[in-house]
Design a binder for this molecule. Structure first.
Ligand code: IPD
Ligand code: CA
Ligand code: CA
Length: 300
């Protein structure tokens, strides 16, 4: 545990040490399931779930209730405990289920804590105050608290200093529901042509953690939920980054559309979204049929 957090006394944590202990145990369980292999079920057309998702959510529910008995819990696999509490954990027991189910070793457990004033309406949001994301395959623990910075395995994290999209590595993800209704492939193409590359690694929480620690300059996605983003949002902001909607509007806890960056390339990203949504500046690339014809004609 000590190797995962800053030296003792360096940060006056309120929630992180206990939450980190819980996340490390959740990660140990995920790794065990991963190594033994688990059967996969379908929640939707390509929306997968496994016994690991459910077992680890049950564990998080019980462990959080034990350490933070008056906190609420909102979990991807259906937990809705103490929803009128002044604090609420958004938990994704396994972010990256599709990777996990295929033996692709890139996934994590994600827990973000929201503080909610008593006067807050049920549908209004509070502020994010704590974040823990753990990748059990790389044994990387990302943590943060509001005003106390973001940390990876005990070292402070900062977003990258890159100033231009053309010199950036960026990431995205694709929704598993209503796939035919989503235009993201066009954005994928355009950002591929305008940057060093676009990664689609399959865990939104780790994508956000990677923006926070400077491995990625930016991340965007169309259809996310608070259990995917709550922890990652706080990490990016505590590491000096910026998160908005695709139109530059302030991010909310339940923002479905998310654009996170190191801040330095944010204006350029927003301009690109704006132009693409307006139908301008789509770079022409050959259709597969055009490509096949020019190949036949010896043009490639
Ligand atoms: C998914 C992952 C993926 C993202 C999807 C999410 P899950 O979460 O974060 O990267 O593209 O939108 O639903 O289902 O693996 O917890
Ligand atoms: Ca998720
Ligand atoms: Ca999940």
């Amino acid at each position: 545990m000590t190797e995962f957090l800053p030296e003792s006394g360096l940060v006056a944590w309120q929630w992180v040490p206990n939450a980190a202990r819980i996340a490390l145990e959740a990660g140990r369980q995920l790794r065990g399931f991963f190594e033994h292999g688990v059967a996969t079920e379908y929640k939707g057309e390509v929306d997968l779930v496994t016994v690991a998702d459910r077992t680890v959510e049950t564990y998080l529910r019980q462990a959080l209730a034990e350490h933070f008995p008056d906190h609420g819990i909102f979990g991807e696999e259906g937990t809705r405990d103490r929803m009128d509490s002044g604090y609420r954990w958004y938990v994704d027991p396994l972010d990256g289920t599709t990777n996990f189910a295929h033996g692709f070793p890139h996934f994590c457990v994600s827990m973000g804590l929201e503080r909610r004033d008593a006067a807050l309406a049920a549908d209004a949001e509070g502020e994010l105050v704590a974040a823990v994301i753990y990748d059990p395959m790389r044994q990387e623990l990302f943590v943060g608290e509001k005003g106390k910075g973001a940390w990876r395995n005990g070292r402070p994290m900062a977003v990258s200093r890159t100033q231009h999209l053309a010199e950036s590595l960026v990431a995205t993800g694709f929704p598993s529901r209503k796939r035919h209704a989503n235009p993201n492939i066009h954005f994928y193409q355009e950002f591929t042509l305008r940057s060093h590359g676009v990664r689609r690694a399959g865990s939104a929480a780790l994508d956000l953690a990677y923006v926070a620690c400077g491995r990625l300059e930016a991340f965007w996605e169309f259809q996310l939920n608070p259990w995917d983003t709550a922890a990652g949002f706080l990490l990016v902001e505590e590491a000096g980054g910026l998160i908005t909607g695709f139109d530059g509007s302030p991010r909310k806890l339940d923002s479905r559309e998310v654009l996170a960056s190191n801040g330095r390339i944010h204006a350029e990203l927003l301009e690109t979204f704006d132009r693409l949504f307006a139908g301008r500046d789509l770079d022409p690339i050959p259709t597969p049929a055009e490509y096949a014809r020019s190949r036949q004609a010896g043009g490639v």
